[in-house]
Design a protein around this ligand. Structure first.
Ligand SMILES: Cc1cc2nc3c(=O)[nH]c(=O)nc-3n(C[C@H](O)[C@H](O)[C@H](O)COP(=O)(O)OP(=O)(O)OC[C@H]3O[C@@H](n4cnc5c(N)ncnc54)[C@H](O)[C@@H]3O)c2cc1C
Length: 472
């Protein structure tokens, strides 16, 4: 008998299965290629530590996502104080910013240049408003918002380090999604304008790690009669007459299987999805999928013999003195995730496929991370007990200029498959947070139930999703 098949057991896929069940479908099948649920929001175990794949915290303004999180892990949520610092121009500074500290540490001349830069930006912004020229690139936006000096001092190097792209080559959408956040960008804005927009001083976190949400969702889905097959990779999606008929997949031993599908909700990356379709889409769609750009993430976890090593949950490194862009210390998220007397830090190194770090020997990378800890004063007199490197492919969708056309081409093609809905961070090439993916999973399930075999209306919702804002 045909059934709903969900591709990917990240939070979007699991939320889709959960909501299909609430809407009356008892037996959705979730296929996940990893041997664990959670996707990017999974939690791993190593040396007595529990570690998320990069720093994750819960912050949501969406009541339905909040309800689901509370239902799954409510009794395990702890409230943590948000503490962050930035390493800027060789100095540690608090985040959110204190303009006084920033100017004292960077010097009066720099403070004056920052002030002048902000003024130049303002004038440019006003001119553009009068002439009706809204910023099209991330670089244009930065020039208006912060002026040339601040842009060159901070944002251009940070764009290169995190997105591996010149700010002028990124779409203005990057600014829309990120500059409203509590990240490094707000910090500078707040320091420059003197207004403190940072409302989030505390955050919630499941005490055994972010992956607990997905683990509980999986249990719930299975208890209600659904199936979540881990280590099972979708390998082919067969369609005829505008409808998907079956999904082929491989189990962990490489054995091939097939399931008849009444509908597919997919959360896997669009380039993979396009490749799995049989018959294949035309060349223009395949080219568009090739053009979508991602950054992978190398995560170097370091176990040290002192707890805590820093006072911070998050630390940001926009400059090129360190190989990493961000570090998080796990015990500040949940003290019970690392062994007594030991602490674990995770250093994040974004990388595009051709970047040298992709070809760096793992031992060398560990060494460079440890040197970064020593040189920035983080390691102090602690000893490194052990290190491990994890690579997360396609961690970040990169909004390069032109991505909207490529995405449009792909989604237009997908809308010809009436019973297939692509959703989530990777299914809609959407730089988002996990609560957004929970929402996108729920909305996909509701749409599929209310509008069977008419997927085209779904893809116009992407503009709504563009209103979601990232919170670090
Ligand atoms: C470093 C970092 C920090 C973050 N910090 C936060 C934070 O603080 N707070 C927050 O809320 N969010 C944060 N996020 C974002 C959050 O992790 C994502 O928004 C969310 O996890 C995306 O969920 P998803 O289900 O849409 O996608 P994914 O998690 O990517 O799930 C897709 C799934 O599909 C599977 N898959 C792929 N191909 C196949 C195939 N062929 N067959 C079967 N399965 C397949 C993948 O293995 C994966 O499990 C962060 C992300 C990163 C990278």
């Amino acid at each position: 008998m045909a059934r709903s098949v969900i591709l990917g057991a990240g939070v979007a896929g699991l939320a889709a299965a959960y909501h299909l069940q609430r809407l009356g479908e008892k037996d959705p099948l979730v296929l996940e290629k990893n041997p664990y649920p959670g996707g990017l929001a999974a939690t791993m175990e190593w040396n007595g530590c529990r570690m998320d794949l990069g720093p994750h915290r819960i912050h949501t303004v969406y009541p339905r996502a909040d309800e689901l999180i509370t239902e799954m892990v409510g009794e395990d949520l702890i409230v943590r104080k948000r503490t962050s610092q930035i390493f800027l121009d060789g100095q540690w500074m608090d985040y959110p910013p204190r303009a006084g500290e920033m100017f004292r540490k960077l010097g009066l001349l720099t403070a004056a240049k920052i002030g002048l830069s902000a003024l130049q930006g303002k004038v440019r912004g006003l001119k553009n408003k009068v002439t009706g020229n809204p910023p099209e690139s991330y670089g244009d936006y930065l020039a208006e918002r912060f002026g040339p000096y601040v842009r060159e001092l901070i944002f251009d190097p940070f764009a290169l380090k995190v997105y591996r792209e010149e700010a002028d080559d990124l779409d203005v959408m990057v600014a829309k999604v990120r500059l409203a956040s509590q990240g490094i960008f707000s910090m500078l804005k707040e320091a420059i304008t003197g207004k403190t927009a940072s409302a989030v001083k505390k955050f919630r976190y499941p005490k055994q790690g972010m992956g607990l949400i997905s683990a509980r969702l999986q249990q719930h889905i299975e208890k209600e009669g659904g199936e979540v097959l881990l280590g099972h990779e979708a390998t082919r999606i067969r369609h005829t007459g505008g409808l998907v008929r079956s999904v082929e997949f491989e189990d962990p031993n490489g054995e091939k299987m097939s399931v008849e599908a009444s509908r597919v909700i997919t959360t896997i990356p669009l380039p993979i999805l396009v490749d799995l379709l049989e018959p294949k889409p035309n060349q223009a769609v395949r080219d568009a999928a090739e053009n979508l750009t991602y950054a992978d993430s190398f995560l170097v976890y370091t176990l040290v013999n002192r707890k805590p090593l820093t006072p911070n949950c998050w630390m940001y490194f926009p400059g090129d003195e360190t190989v990493f862009s961000r570090v998080y210390e796990i015990c500040h998220f949940s003290p019970e995730m690392t062994p007594e007397g030991q602490s674990c830090l995770c250093a994040e190194i974004p990388a595009r496929p051709a970047d040298p770090v992709q070809f760096t020997d793992e031992e060398d990378l560990k060494q460079r991370v440890w040197e970064g800890f020593v040189e920035t004063g983080m390691a102090r007199d602690a000893e490194c007990i052990d290190q491990v490197v994890l690579k997360i492919p396609r961690a970040y969708p990169i909004y390069r200029k032109g991505y909207k056309e490529d995405l449009g081409t792909i989604l237009e093609h997908l809308s010809t498959l009436g019973n297939l809905i692509s959703t989530g961070r990777h299914g809609l090439f959407h730089y988002n947070n996990s609560d957004h993916s929970l929402e996108m999973g729920r909305l996909a399930a509701e749409y599929a139930r209310q509008t069977p075999e008419k997927s085209e209306g779904w893809y116009s919702k992407r503009d709504e999703f563009d209103r979601y804002r990232i919170v670090d």
